[in-house]
Design a protein around this ligand. Sequence first.
Ligand SMILES: Nc1nc2c(ncn2[C@@H]2O[C@H](COP(=O)(O)OP(=O)(O)OP(=O)(O)O)[C@@H](O)[C@H]2O)c(=O)[nH]1
Ligand SMILES: [Mg+2]
Length: 213
Amino acid sequence: MEIKYANYLVSSALITQCPEHRQPEYAFIGRSNVGKSSLINMLTGNSKLAKTSAKPGKTILINHFAIFTDSPAGGAKKSASTPDWYLVDLPGYGFAQRSKTERDKLEQMIRSYILQREQMTNLFLLIDVRLEPQKIDLEFMQWLGQSSIPFSIVFTKADKLSRQKLTQNVNAYLERLSQEWEPLPPHFVTSAETKMGRSELLDYIDHINKSLQ
Ligand SMILES: Nc1nc2c(ncn2[C@@H]2O[C@H](COP(=O)(O)OP(=O)(O)OP(=O)(O)O)[C@@H](O)[C@H]2O)c(=O)[nH]1
Ligand SMILES: [Mg+2]
């Protein structure tokens, strides 16, 4: 599958403000600065679509992007202007420099989107591949499991490591996860810089879309 066109739709603070449609949504979550917005830009081939920043805490709303592909999902399309599916950029969690009130508000926004948004078909949980497994991510994954949310792991910033170190870190992370997860969630190794993992992620989304038809 290739994305032909992507456009920004809307930013919402509440799930009740999210757009009404019936197409599947794929959402990106993870710690602030892990590369969620950059990954959305990499997948869509539009570096200006989602706002990114070297400083953590950039995304503070639920952002919907409409995706048009060369592999229409959901059977016959109503019209050429009906998107095939949506990408959703979420605020990051765990940004220590935010006030507790602000952190709680964002956490509430994220969790209610994840739990209540019926269109949310698969959540991608992003992990910076350079880091050791972080408590906050492992706990978030446990919460996803307990809440029966389908999710996959996306390792980001692969370009920042040598091939050897990359394999080592991915394997060590999966090893750590295997203490709690059987089977392991699907995982992808990506770089927004080199586009590594792009076709794998798009094919995965395409595969899920087709299974929904
Ligand atoms: N080298 C490299 N840098 C990356 C990659 N992905 C993201 N970055 C950089 O990491 C920083 C944060 O990227 P964002 O995409 O804004 O991160 P985010 O997860 O959306 O952050 P918040 O919106 O604050 O939660 C930016 O400086 C990006 O250029 C990557 O794959 N490789
Ligand atoms: Mg962001």
